[in-house]
Design a protein around this ligand. Structure first.
Ligand SMILES: Cc1ncc(COP(=O)(O)O)c(C=O)c1O
Length: 304
């Protein structure tokens, strides 16, 4: 895993959320700063609460807003410890963090950069190395990368990849690593087998991205709002809780599992159906889903 992402070592937690909950609070000490994108995953938000409990200072910057982050980094002062934390692909909006700009900013302000790439790894980038690769960052340039074993890899688990001395430190200081069971062997076996498949069958990633691109094109054509979706997570913004649930029900009745996301999973007025496209979806599956969305979308007054 470390070799693939381009770090010196890797620490495996029982879940991705436990990796965030264990690593982030351990990395910032009292009076040090955590600078976090406001749309970061819920487990990052919870990690901030834990960090705050031991005296770290939390600064939430506006979503992907480099100007706001610059101001906040400047306000921390030169000599204080700073960790920037962001999703690579945002779990609800499916949009990307501008990692090239975040990397430059981190260097200028002597901050470390932590990227949760649960939805980017194995999906985007020429070799599937995720959001960092898409933004032409070299292997190892991101200080810490978190990847889950529960998205592209169909197991459970979460990994932190970084420099060996940091990983060694996390082994002794991440409470969710120390006080939780390790992965069941069957999950390790599934993850290792999946890694072999990913290495050997590069065409799977191409199929996945072709499927996702097809759906994005179709949704835009039908007049749905899919925001800045850039990976295989496609949000269909409905911005009305009741209609979101009704649409998910219609999809369910037609045989499609489509998660309705409403407050507090997303902001108020941001309710959406989150589509998770896979390489296993056939052209017929996708066309049928598009048909159900179009019919229900019209009947519910979401599209015209
Ligand atoms: C961006 C992001 N980070 C972390 C997690 C948590 O991973 P896990 O389900 O392995 O706990 C998820 C998804 O659930 C996610 O979408």
């Amino acid at each position: 895993m470390a070799e693939f992402i381009g770090g010196e070592d890797c620490l495996v937690f029982t879940m991705g959320s436990l990796a965030n909950l264990g690593a982030i609070p351990a990395l910032v000490q009292k009076r040090e700063f955590l600078l976090v994108d406001e749309k970061s995953h819920a487990s990052i938000v919870d990690a901030c609460t834990l960090a705050k409990n031991h005296g770290a200072k939390i600064l939430i910057y506006r979503h992907n807003d480099i100007g706001d982050l610059t101001e906040k980094l400047t306000s921390c002062g030169k000599s204080s410890g700073k960790l920037i934390v962001t999703d690579g692909v945002f779990s609800m909006g499916g949009d990307l963090a501008p990692l090239d700009k975040l990397y430059d900013l981190a260097k200028i302000h002597q901050a470390a950069l932590y990227v949760d790439d649960a939805h980017g790894t194995w999906v985007i980038g020429n070799n599937g190395r995720g959001t960092a690769e898409l933004f032409n960052l070299d292997q190892g340039q991101i200080d810490l990368t978190m990847v889950t074993l529960s998205k592209a890899i169909p197991a459970i688990g979460g990994c932190i990849i970084g420099k060996k001395e940091v990983i060694d430190y996390l082994k002794l200081n991440s409470r969710s690593f120390i006080f939780n069971l390790s992965l069941p062997p069957v999950m390790v076996a599934i993850a290792l087998a999946a890694l072999d498949v990913i290495k050997e069958e590069q065409n799977l990633r191409q199929t996945l991205n072709a499927n996702a691109d097809f759906m994005k094109k179709e949704f835009r054509r039908m007049g749905f709002d899919i925001g800045q979706a850039a990976a295989a997570i496609v949000p269909v913004f409905i911005r009305n809780d009741q209609k979101t649930i009704q649409l998910a029900d219609r999809l369910g009745q037609a045989g499609f599992l489509a998660d309705p996301m409403i407050y507090p999973a997303v902001g108020k007025q941001e309710s959406l159906i989150r589509l998770v496209i896979t390489a296993a979806h056939s052209p017929d599956d996708l066309a049928r889903a598009v048909g159900v969305f179009q019919k229900a979308g019209k009947e519910l007054g979401i599209i015209t």
